[in-house]
Design a protein around this ligand. Structure first.
Ligand code: AHR
Length: 504
């Protein structure tokens, strides 16, 4: 049994739990929109064609914000194609995913979906094939009440109230050579600055996100942030981070340590932003929007877009099946996001439905949960109040990809108002159980409310439409709390949540 000594103290506050940490992402990609959130033939579909069973699971997942409409898709998107009478909307080639978009869903439908799902929208503008004017046009269409050509068009299209979208992404992954309209850091930094400056002339209090790097391994990582923020620092609030290179490729030990790499990513971007701040002698800090993150098996066949003359509508793309180890890593990535709540002010699990997603659908049929649904739903529900940095004393192990890594990782949250404490912990050992010994004496009067564990003797178990329940978080009956000392045994490759409280 691996000993893991954890000390939790409300004095060690990192910052507030931000609801926006629990965002997700809906892109016009594969079956995320069409036959994912939108399926007019489905028995649960509403008047707009949105599946209410998916809406219900989105709420159960605890999603706060949803980024839209891409992703790589946005860099070739004309938002005007997706508004107005359905019969007049053009079908367009989507170059990013070699697909055809019928434009049945556009900004007005998406905004109605956000209301039903009770999520905040995060809108991306196209800075690949388009520029300042089109971003301004979309902003006018969405956020100006009425009395101008585009705001009146929105009203005429059936949305009398402004959509009032606060958070905007200034393009997507403009550092990536795969991106339509890919730019150098300087070219993009200038465009982001001018787009942001103009958007603020319409609405000064928007929250604007500049594109950061699409991963630490990208050759321009670091330099990209320095140059982009060098040009745009004064006009933006956040810089994005995207990461998808965490996958189990035969080295489970390294895979389970993926969150150490997310820690490194976040801390490097924060340091770079702070260096620009120092150079510019500014008080304002730039925060991070980690607006695409997940495990993604990119090299598998299901991630390959169609080719040649085949431009299908809503093809099966990126429909990764997640196993228990993937869920443990997703839980650990959430731990990393939470412990950086001082710098990470928004995040989006990519994506929400069907495409590298926690929620899966059958066209016209069942909806079901992947393994990664569970850690996200638990963290979103139980992380409340302030994030606490925990002191953790545990052995390390060597990984081929990320060097030495702790065998266990944890973060806690504490809500001073209700006395609720949540501890989120993973055991990264592939073979050995761990004994978590948690000193919570600094918060008097705590009781053990619930301990749960997600694990399976076969960590490669994946859910299916027929069985998405036989492996899920289960009560961990080993947990006990005596005199302010919590002890709980956790199996190898496990995600664990312990809830304590001063009131039941
Ligand atoms: O989420 C899938 C794709 O990954 C997105 O379209 C893109 O932004 C990223 O490369």
């Amino acid at each position: 049994m691996i000993p893991v000594r954890i000390t939790l103290d409300p004095a060690f506050r990192v910052g507030p739990v931000r609801r926006r940490t629990f965002g997700s992402f809906v892109e016009h990609l594969g079956r995320c929109v069409y036959t994912g959130i939108h399926d007019p033939a489905h028995p649960s579909a509403d008047a707009d064609g949105f599946r209410q069973d998916v809406v219900e699971l989105t709420r159960e997942l605890g999603v706060s914000t949803v980024r839209y409409p891409g992703g790589n898709f946005v860099s070739g998107y004309r938002w005007e194609d997706g508004v107005g009478p359905l019969a007049e909307r053009p079908r367009r080639l989507d170059l990013a995913w070699h697909s055809t978009d019928p434009n049945t869903v556009g900004v007005d439908e998406f905004m109605r979906w956000t209301k039903a799902a009770q999520v905040e929208p995060m809108m991306a503008v196209n800075l690949g094939t388009r520029g300042v004017q089109e971003a301004l046009d979309l902003l006018e269409y969405c956020n100006v009440r009425s009395g101008t050509r585009l705001s009146d068009l929105r009203v005429a299209n059936g949305s009398p109230e402004p959509h009032d979208i606060r958070m905007w992404c200034l393009g997507n992954e403009m550092d990536g050579p795969w991106q339509i309209g890919h730019k150098t850091a300087y070219e993009y930094g200038r465009l982001a600055a001018e787009t942001a400056r103009a958007m603020r002339m319409v609405q000064p209090d928007l929250e604007l996100v500049a594109c950061g790097s699409s991963g630490v391994p990208i050759p321009t990582f670091g330099e990209w942030e320095r140059i982009v923020l060098g040009e745009s620092y004064e006009y933006v609030d956040m810089i994005s981070a995207h990461a998808y290179y965490w996958e189990e490729d035969g080295d489970l030990g390294s895979f389970l340590a993926s969150a150490t790499d997310m820690d490194h990513f976040i801390e490097s971007v924060a340091a770079t932003a702070d260096a620009v701040r120092a150079h510019k002698k500014l008080a304002k800090r730039i925060h991070i929007s980690f607006d695409e993150w997940n495990v993604w098996y990119q090299h598998r066949a299901e991630s390959k877009p169609p080719t040649g003359d085949d431009w299908p509508v809503a093809p099966v793309l990126l429909e990764d099946r997640y196993n228990v180890a993937d869920a443990v890593v997703v839980g650990n990535l959430l731990i990393s996001l939470l412990r950086h709540t001082d710098r990470v002010h928004a995040a989006s699990l990519a994506q929400l439905v069907n495409v590298i997603a926690p929620i899966m659908t059958e066209p016209g049929g069942r909806v079901w949960k992947q393994t990664i649904f569970h850690p996200f739903a638990q963290a979103s529900r139980y992380a409340v109040g302030e994030v606490l940095r925990v002191a953790i004393d545990v052995e390390t192990y060597e990984t081929a990809k990320f060097g030495d890594a702790a065998l266990a990782d944890a973060v806690a949250t504490y809500d001073a108002e209700t006395g609720a404490v949540a501890l989120f912990a993973v055991n990264r050992s592939t073979t050995q159980p761990a004994l978590l010994e948690v000193d919570v004496r600094s918060i008097p009067g705590l009781q053990l409310l619930e301990a749960s564990t997600l694990a399976n003797p076969d960590h490669t178990w994946s859910a299916t439409a027929d069985d998405d329940t036989s492996v899920a978080p289960r009560a961990n009956v080993s947990a006990e709390l005596v005199d302010g000392r919590l002890r709980v045994e956790v199996p190898p490759v496990s995600w664990n949540v312990v809830r304590l409280g001063t009131r039941a």
